[in-house]
Design a protein around this ligand. Structure first.
Ligand code: GCB
Length: 642
């Protein structure tokens, strides 16, 4: 990313985080290729929740040692899915603690017999803490839902006569002050009100803490010398596209790499050799956001071919990465994509639906993208955690711009309610929390760095950034994220007062949430314009950075319904809260979930969706820089077309 001279970007340069938190190994999305196979393990798994006091029975009895059915009754559990809503058991819906998943996988013979084949188990997301065994042997542990992790299980599956393996996972959804998101377990000890050992999980965010195996689980192969990671950054010089690549190889130090960039017709437009280099693409087709260009979301394919001479003979590995060539920059007043001002008109989402909870679901995903395009939305924020990799791939393909958010939601809320003492604050912003947050940003950037749709990282949502320790915390976290990825701006989403916010000096774009006439001045819509103007002016006067209204509630939309719509030249976007209704914990304020969606949880439009659609298509015409923006790309022949 480049930045105008007035920005904080330059000033932050020397602060780059150098504590050696770089992650080992890559996390390339498993794609089939002539050298790679994959086997999806979606479907029914055996499942058991450990209802024992203390939830330790599974470990005490070593449930991973033998098939799960041998240690007690099991349920059928679909994967991917949250476990909470698929059954009729009230206790399972709100279960907190360890649950156990198990499944046998039959492997092609070559996988279990060819020592030149590397077999990898990949878990797309297991919320929150996961331990994995294969054939009773511990192979991996991972903290944090929402991000993938892997284990090389070649030795295990190649050591015996069996061509199948038993995969067991123990997953714990308990949230603590140091998890992301944070939470607390509170024991209720008043025996006149609660049974013995009674506890509740308190969270400080507004969505249901669904848990389980939320995303695809799969096995894939590579050769033992393989392409481990690829990093691509892109630039433009007049009409020549620039693709800088860096490739990491594991398994051998003696190898050759060939790199080919193919256009959408499959024609090679540039090529190179070696682990790093720059490809030049004459007459480049840039990756443009939806509604900003008549051919948005142009994707090239980067074909990487590895050959290595091993004792057993030559080895080849092939990996193809979709590449969108585009630039991102932030000036004092603008968010630029390919040098043109970009205005975010979009939504905040959740991964959330009936029955499956946060479980990945292709039909739901495709429906959501069709709705986004119908709406004329060009962007969303992955509120409040990283979404599935398949979601990011569709964003690349459809030109939907993404603010990619970490699970840093609800940080320090506890300090608000529990105390005002420094002890409580320092616990919430402690080194343990910060260290974990830095690691999570590492995992997020490693996973999503090559997506052209991702234009900005958001490290958190609505932290108590007015508290003293927030300054160091966000300074460090943002500098670390910039060091991991110098090509993108970084922000966090605030609801603090502009004068009190101690993290705002470090962000590139100010993202503010406000619910005028909703959470205060109830129903007084006449004050919205004034309050909105005051808020924007205060933030801009203080920081001279572009502003995104990163959340506003459905009922406040009238306050934004202005003509002409752009009141403030430094406001670069608006993301409504929320795309669809979603499930939350039970509370008097939430009647079976949060109902601020412009679509219902079943993805049917409410009146607000039509209103917003009108506004977004208008905005697309005014800010999209392209005449064809007036036409919906997915609905040209439908009764909804404008
Ligand atoms: C917010 C939060 C979001 C909530 C929303 C609401 O500020 O960021 O997670 O769901 O408000 O509806 O209150």
């Amino acid at each position: 990313m480049s930045r105008g001279p007035a920005g904080a970007w330059v000033a932050l340069g020397p602060l780059l985080w150098t504590c050696g938190l770089a992650l080992e190994g890559g996390m390339l999305y498993p794609r089939e290729s002539p050298s790679r196979e994959r086997k999806d393990l979606d479907g029914l798994w055996s499942f058991r929740a450990d209802f024992s006091d203390g939830r330790r029975q599974g470990f005490e009895q070593q449930w991973y040692r033998a098939p799960l059915r041998e240690s007690g009754p099991t349920l059928d559990m679909p994967v991917p899915s949250s476990f909470n809503d698929v059954g009729q058991d009230r206790q399972l819906r709100s279960f907190v603690g360890w649950v156990w998943y198990e499944r046998e996988a039959t492997l092609p013979r070559r996988w279990s017999q060819d020592p030149g084949t590397r077999v990898v188990l990949r878990i797309g997301s297991a919320h929150y803490y996961a331990i994995v065994w294969v054939n009773g042997v511990h192979v991996a542990e991972h903290e944090g839902g929402h991000l993938p992790f892997e284990a090389d299980i070649s030795k295990l599956v190649q050591s015996g006569p069996l061509s199948s393996c038993r995969i067991t996972l123990a997953i714990n959804n308990t949230l603590t002050p140091h998890t992301l998101p944070p939470g607390t377990i509170v024991y209720k000890t008043d025996a006149s009100k609660y049974p013995k050992g009674y506890f509740v999980q308190n969270t400080y965010f507004d969505f249901f803490n669904y848990a389980g195996l939320h995303r695809p689980v799969l096995l894939y192969t590579t050769p033992t010398t393989y392409i481990d990671d690829i990093t691509v950054t892109t630039g433009v010089d007049q009409d020549t596209g620039l693709v800088d690549y860096q490739i990491f190889v594991q398994g051998s130090e003696h190898f050759q790499l060939e790199v080919y960039l193919l256009d959408e017709e499959g024609k090679v437009v540039a090529q190179g050799t070696g682990s790093q280099g720059r490809l030049q693409v004459p007459n480049v087709h840039l990756w443009w956001p939806y509604l900003m260009h008549e051919h948005p979301a142009y994707l090239y394919s980067l074909e990487v071919r590895l050959t290595a001479q091993m004792a057993a003979g030559p080895v080849s590995d092939f990996y193809t990465l979709p590449v969108g060539i585009r630039t991102v920059a932030v000036t004092e007043r603008q968010f630029l994509i390919n040098g043109k001002p970009f205005y975010f008109h979009g939504v905040n989402k959740h991964e959330d639906a009936d029955i499956r909870g946060k479980g990945f679901d292709w039909p739901l995903l495709v429906k959501d993208f069709n709705l986004l395009r119908w709406l004329g939305a060009n962007a969303f924020r992955t509120s409040h955690y990283p979404y599935a990799e398949e979601v990011m791939q569709l964003c690349d393909r459809y030109g939907i711009v993404v603010i990619d958010e970490s699970p840093g939601v609800g940080i320090m809320q506890r300090a608000l309610t529990c105390c005002s003492s420094s002890l409580c604050c320092s616990q919430s912003y402690s080194n343990v929390s910060l260290q974990h947050h830095l690691e999570v940003m590492g995992e997020l950037v490693r996973r999503d760095k090559n997506h052209p749709s991702v234009v900005m990282w958001s490290v958190a949502n609505e932290p108590t950034s007015f508290l003293k320790p927030a300054a160091y915390y966000f300074k460090t976290l943002i500098a670390h994220t910039k060091a991991l990825d110098p090509s993108r701006p970084v922000t966090f989403v605030t609801n603090s007062n502009y004068e009190a916010d101690l993290g705002a000096p470090y962000v590139d774009v100010i993202c503010v949430n406000s619910y005028y006439s909703w959470y205060h001045d109830y129903g007084h819509m006449e004050v919205i314009q004034l309050q909105l103007a005051t808020e924007f002016e205060n933030w801009y006067r203080t920081y001279q950075k572009p502003i995104i209204q990163s959340e506003y509630g459905a009922e406040t939309i009238a306050g934004f319904h202005q003509d002409p719509p752009l009141m403030f030249k430094y406001v670069v976007g608006e993301l409504i809260w929320n795309f669809a209704d979603f499930m939350t914990d039970q509370s008097p304020q939430r009647a079976v979930g949060n109902r601020k969606g412009i679509f219902t949880r079943q993805r049917q439009p409410k009146a607000a969706a039509f209103l917003l659609r009108e506004r977004y298509w208008k905005l697309a015409n005014e800010t999209g820089h392209h005449r064809s923006a007036a036409k919906s790309q997915c609905l040209e022949n439908s009764p909804f077309a404008l």
